[in-house]
Structures are given as structure tokens and as C-alpha cells.
Write a protein that binds this ligand. Structure first.
Ligand SMILES: Cc1cc2nc3c(=O)[nH]c(=O)nc-3n(C[C@H](O)[C@H](O)[C@H](O)COP(=O)(O)OP(=O)(O)OC[C@H]3O[C@@H](n4cnc5c(N)ncnc54)[C@H](O)[C@@H]3O)c2cc1C
Length: 612
């Protein structure tokens, strides 16, 4: 019934209670002009919703009617956004509305670490994207994992907590980003985390590790002979034992640290957003796809979003619009809103609000191949999570005991150097006592096996994200350009050779049966490069597509306050602002960015620099 007016179903409720509705229980308002309760922000202003599938209809949604108003409106409800929403509303007065395209994070596999395999390709909680074919993938379309639920990718990722190296952030500062050197951002890493041991002890150096944050960071106590063998073999191969890769030095081998406590995943939704959900000044809306940032001249005024029933609504921001849709969707949203490379926007018939060439450039990722071997004289996860053994592991998991179900998919990290003369490691190996059919994460092999992935820590190759049309429902085009530099190709080959050396060390003699990937026939560097191109996969550590940079950097999208250049009232806070890929997994750095962004947005003084 287009145009039909409905009474506001919550008009008698306190205004924020009326807003604190998730799509699960959200009343379906197919089309409507609805009244706002008189004591709400934006009091007396009508809220418009209507079915607007097409572009022409969307265009009517510029800045015409007043609407619900919040201090901050956030596009995306992922890793960074959940922290932002929780921090910004801590004072009880600042109002925030968070819009997440995906559903609530109620899928039961999200909380179980081994549920990773059940969510990784599940279109109900992921975006189900693929990359464009390129030479570095031998023409394959590689799967691009991205969470699409509250908590975003932190709800479906491998849970590994890895900050990267101090040198990464000192490099960000050297590029002209004031306040982002390691000494500046270490207090924000610490503010997020609660690093704890199995008996409640506090492993690591207090100067470097957080103790009171909302995010538990633990190391698995689960035992398996292949784990000990891998660590011993790495040490034998010249990689030192390192108690804490998030401590003073990353170089070395040890078990991974994960956002897992008592066998349960802690996404940023679990750790930050859900505890804040009772706040009257926080509204969280799921199944709400943001389709456009509204602009008045060079000022961002709000967001337009589409509910999953096709109805459309809009919000106004009093202080700032915050884009936090992740490194693949934040640039897409800016481009759809007329902020981006002018040629690209014109090609798709989008009016250019601000020509910002860097939007969608500089896409970074960790591209890596998996070396796989059959093992003998022991079982592996392949056998432990099937049939009766699965039941047994399930009982241990339910009792909070170490279980095959309570680990990150990668259990050991080894940070190695492609050249012993390097100051810092530049290769990242991740070992798991499991193997998959065709070497691709998914269905476990029938026989016992092990896998070690190798990727380059700071790849030089970068790619692009761009819209394919002006339709916000169309997926973005992803061109990662993996292995487009000689240095990346060379180090990629060394990475595979490093894993082979470890697998062939004496400590693995009793366990190594046959290498199945790349396999004995793959011998020369040329063979290995061909193997990498034909088999490597994304690390799903996308970043850099709205990079932070100083005034003189024409490709910078945000400044060091995370404000979008040339547009007032618009900030970005997520993996897309990273100037370059950090030498580790990207969840912890995103959390740090969100923590710092919240302080900057609230105009708080930065936390004191660390004395290191
Ligand atoms: C499968 C997988 C495994 C990974 N493993 C690890 C790991 O073990 N350790 C690690 O450190 N890192 C890991 N990562 C990377 C890490 O999880 C991400 O870098 C990080 O979580 C990204 O945070 P973000 O806030 O930038 O984006 P996200 O957490 O992806 O959040 C973006 C959110 O915005 C929403 N969104 C997008 N567009 C819109 C729109 N138009 N409207 C409304 N909402 C929108 C999305 O649905 C999503 O919820 C992994 C990633 C994946 C996908």
C-alpha cells in the first residue's frame, strides 16, 4: 500500500525504547510516514519509510524530510562499530544509532570456535563475495570472506589476536599520521584486552598487555602431539620459541592467542555491544542495509537504509556520520554516495559530490598458500570432530574443558624471516592439526592430516574496490592484484619452502607421512610460484581502501582524526583506514582503531603515550 500512513506502533513508549528494536522483533512497516514520539530526538518530525527499490526512487531520498536524529549514526555493526557504539554511549547521554546489514548474531555456531567452518561460507551471516580473476590467482575467483551480522567479521573469523609489529604503527606515523605511532596506540590495544591465563594468571609484560579490557585474550590448553612437534620442528629450523608474539618482539613460534574464553568466541558484539544494549541512548538495528550517506553540500547529514522487507528509512546525525562497514563496503558506500574517484562515479551515473580518488584504492590483504601433509602414528582434528569422537569433544566443550571444538582454526603462529638479515619477521605461518579436501578450508579430509598456511606479513601488492553499478544491492568489484610485485612473489615462494623445511625437520619424522600439497612433483621456484597462483587464498585481512594520510597525500581519504577529507561531519573507523597492511591478523588493529576513534570523536584527550 504505497504511501499509506500508519500510527507509530511505539508512540506511547519512551522514545529510545521505541528505537531499540531489532529486526527479529521489528514491526514490519511496509510503507509509511510515521510520527516520532514527541520527546524523542527530532521530536515532532515525521519519519519516512517507503518501498524504494530503484535508483530513481532512492534519489528522492536526499535530504527532504526531517527524520530521527542521533548524535552519531553508524553504518555497519561489525568489529569496529560494536566498540564505537559501546564507547560513544558510555556517558549515558550521547545518542547513537547503529545500522547493521546482517541479522543479529544469534546463529549458534558463532559462539563455538569450531563453528567457524559452519559460518565461513554461510550466506546468512557472510557477504558471499568473490574476487575478480587475476594473474596472481591464475585466473581463479577467490572467495572473499566478510562477516554480515552483529560483530561483523569478528563473529565469523578465526579469533586470533595478533597486533602486528610496533614497526607497523611507527610506519603509519612516519607517513604523516600524527598520534598513530606504536607508543601512541599501545594504550588503546591495552584498553580493549584482558590477557589472561588458564588459571586466571596474567601472562606477558604488564607494560605491553591489557588486563582489564572487555575482550578476553587466552591461549588454548588443548593438547595434541602435532602441536608440540610443530613447535619443536620450527625451533629446529631456526625459528626461536617466543612466549608472547604480542609482546616486545614478534619473531618466533608459539601457540596463538585468541578471543576465546572457556571455549566460547568473544566477538566485539559479545564483549562490547551486548553489555551496552540496555542503554537508553543506544539504538541497534539489524537487517538494515545502509544505501547512502546524505549530504548537504559538503556536509554529511545522515544515512539512508533499507530494511530487508524493502522499505527505506533515514536517520540524521547531529555530530557525525560514522562509516564502519569494513574495507570492502565502506568504500562502496562512499562511492554510492558520490564521494570517490570522479570518473568511476560518472561511469555509473552518480552525481559527484566530492572527487576523492583514493576511495577504493590501496586494498591490502594477506594472500597465502597452504602446505598440506598426511600424518602417521597419530590422529588429527580430521578424526576428532566426526562421529562418536565429536560427541566426546562436544561434552568436553560443554563442560568448559579443553576440547577440539574450543580452538581457533589456526593453533600455532610462527613469525619467520625470509632473509636472516632482516630486522623483523616478514613471513607469517599458521599451523593447524587438520587438513581439508582439495586443500581448501571446508570439508575435512577422511584421513589424518596437517596444514600450515604461509603468507607475507607486509605485502607490497595492493588492489581496488569499486562499485559495479549505482545499485546498492550489487556486490562491489574486488581486484586484489595479488603477487603483482616481484618481491611479493619471491617471498611467497620462500614462505612455502620455509613450511616444507619445518615439516621435514627431525621433530616431525615420526608424524610426516606424505606432503599432498604442493606435492613432491612441485620442486623448482617456478613450480612453487605456479602452485601459489593456482592454490593460494585470501587471508580475509582486507584493509586500506579509505586510507589515512596527510594533506599532501592525494590518495588519502581520511586524516589522522579519521575525518573524511573535504566533507564535514563524516568519519570512517574500520580496517579501511589503515595506511598499509599490518604484519599480523587485522582484528586487533581494527579494535585499536575503534577505541582511538571513540576518544577522538568525543573530543577526549588521547590516552598518555606508552613509555616503551
Ligand atoms: C573468515 C575470516 C577469518 C578471519 N580471521 C581472523 C583472525 O583469526 N584474526 C584476526 O585478527 N583477523 C581475522 N580476520 C580479519 C578480521 O576479522 C577483520 O579484519 C576485522 O574484523 C574487520 O573489522 P571491520 O570493523 O573493519 O569490518 P567488519 O567486522 O567486517 O564489519 C563491517 C560490518 O559492516 C556491515 N556492513 C557492510 N556494509 C553495510 C551496509 N551498507 N549497511 C549496513 N551494514 C553494512 C557488515 O555486515 C559487517 O557487519 C578474519 C576475517 C574473516 C572474514
Amino acid at each position: 500500500m504505497p504511501g499509506a500512513a500508519l500510527a507509530h506502533p511505539h508512540a506511547k513508549l519512551p522514545c529510545f525504547a521505541a528505537m531499540r528494536i531489532e529486526s527479529g522483533g521489528q514491526p514490519r512497516l511496509p510503507l509509511a510516514v510515521v510520527g516520532t514520539p514527541p520527546h524523542c530526538p527530532g521530536a515532532g518530525m515525521p519519519v519516512y519509510t517507503e518501498k524504494l527499490p530503484g535508483r530513481a526512487a532512492r534519489d528522492r531520498w536526499t535530504s527532504e524530510g526531517p527524520m530521527e536524529t542521533f548524535d552519531y549514526v553508524i553504518a555497519g555493526g561489525g568489529t569496529a562499530a560494536c566498540i564505537l557504539a559501546a564507547r560513544l554511549t558510555e556517558d549515558g547521554t550521547t545518542t547513537v544509532c547503529l545500522l547493521e546489514a546482517g541479522p543479529p548474531d544469534s546463529n549458534p555456531y558463532i559462539r563455538i570456535p569450531a563453528g567457524f567452518m559452519k559460518t565461513l561460507y554461510n550466506p546468512a551471516v557472510t557477504w558471499n563475495l568473490t574476487h575478480e580473476p587475476c594473474e596472481g590467482t591464475a585466473g581463479r575467483r577467490v572467495y572473499a570472506g566478510q562477516g554480515r551480522t552483529l560483530g561483523g567479521s569478528s563473529s565469523i573469523n578465526g579469533m586470533i589476536y595478533n597486533r602486528g609489529q610496533a614497526a607497523d604503527y611507527d610506519g603509519w606515523a612516519q607517513r604523516g599520521n600524527r598520534g598513530w605511532a606504536y607508543a601512541d596506540i599501545l594504550p588503546y590495544f591495552k584498553r580493549t584486552e584482558r590477557r589472561i591465563g588458564p588459571g586466571g594468571e596474567k601472562p606477558g609484560d604488564d607494560r605491553l598487555r591489557g588486563r582489564d579490557g572487555a575482550l578476553p585474550v587466552t591461549t588454548t590448553r588443548w593438547q595434541h602431539p602435532l602441536l608440540d612437534a610443530f613447535i619443536a620442528a620450527a625451533v629446529e629450523s631456526g625459528v626461536p620459541l617466543n612466549e608472547d608474539y604480542n609482546g616486545a618482539d614478534q619473531f618466533g613460534v608459539c601457540r596463538v592467542q585468541s578471543a576465546i574464553l572457556l571455549g566460547k568466541r568473544y566477538s566485539t558484539a559479545t564483549a562490547f555491544l551486548h553489555p551496552a544494549r540496555g542503554r537508553a541512548n543506544l539504538s541497534v538495528r539489524t537487517n538494515a542495509l545502509v544505501t547512502r550517506i546524505t549530504l548537504e553540500g559538503r556536509r554529511a547529514t545522515g544515512l539512508i537504509y533499507r530494511r530487508d522487507d524493502g522499505s527505506v528509512a533515514s536517520l540524521a546525525a547531529r555530530r557525525s556520520v560514522i562509516v564502519s562497514a569494513g574495507a570492502l563496503h565502506s568504500p562502496k558506500l562512499l562511492q554510492l554516495s558520490g564521494i570517490g574517484p570522479a570518473d568511476l562515479l560518472r561511469e555509473h551515473g552518480i552525481a559527484v559530490a566530492h572527487d576523492l580518488p583514493g576511495v577504493g584504492s590501496n586494498l591490502g590483504d594477506h594472500y597465502g598458500a597452504r602446505v598440506v601433509a598426511r600424518v602417521k602414528n597419530t590422529d588429527s582434528l580430521n578424526n576428532r570432530v566426526k562421529g562418536a569422537r565429536l560427541l566426546f569433544e562436544g561434552v568436553k566443550w560443554a563442560l568448559g574443558q579443553p576440547s577440539a571444538l574450543s580452538n581457533s582454526p589456526g593453533v600455532i603462529h610462527a613469525f619467520c624471516k625470509s632473509d636472516p638479515g632482516l630486522d623483523n619477521p616478514d613471513l607469517n605461518l599458521t599451523f593447524m592439526p587438520a587438513s581439508f579436501k582439495a586443500g581448501v578450508l571446508g570439508v575435512l579430509d577422511d584421513v589424518a592430516g596437517m596444514t600450515c598456511a604461509a603468507s607475507i606479513s607486509r605485502p607490497e601488492s595492493t588492489g581496488t574496490v569499486s562499485i559495479d553499478s549505482s545499485n546498492p544491492l550489487a556486490p562491489p568489484i574486488l581486484r586484489p592484484n595479488y603477487f603483482s610485485t616481484e618481491n611479493d612473489r619471491r617471498r611467497g615462494v620462500i614462505g612455502v619452502k620455509t613450511v616444507r623445511r619445518i615439516f621435514r625437520a627431525a621433530a616431525f619424522r615420526d608424524y610426516l607421512d606424505t606432503e599432498t600439497l604442493p606435492g613432491a612433483d612441485v620442486r623448482t621456484d617456478e613450480d612453487l610460484l605456479a602452485f601459489l597462483r593456482g592454490n593460494a587464498g585470501s587471508g580475509w585481512h582486507y584493509n586500506g581502501t579509505c586510507k589515512m594520510g596527510p594533506e599532501g597525500d592525494a590518495m588519502a581519504v581520511v586524516n589522522d582524526q579519521l575525518a573524511v577529507r573535504g566533507i564535514d561531519g563524516l568519519h570512517i573507523a574500520d580496517a579501511s583506514v589503515m595506511p598499509c597492511t599490518p604484519s599480523g591478523n587485522t582484528m586487533a588493529p581494527v579494535m585499536m582503531i575503534a577505541e582511538k576513534a571513540a576518544d577522538m570523536l568525543l573530543g577526549k584527550q588521547a590516552l598518555p603515550r606508552a613509555e616503551i
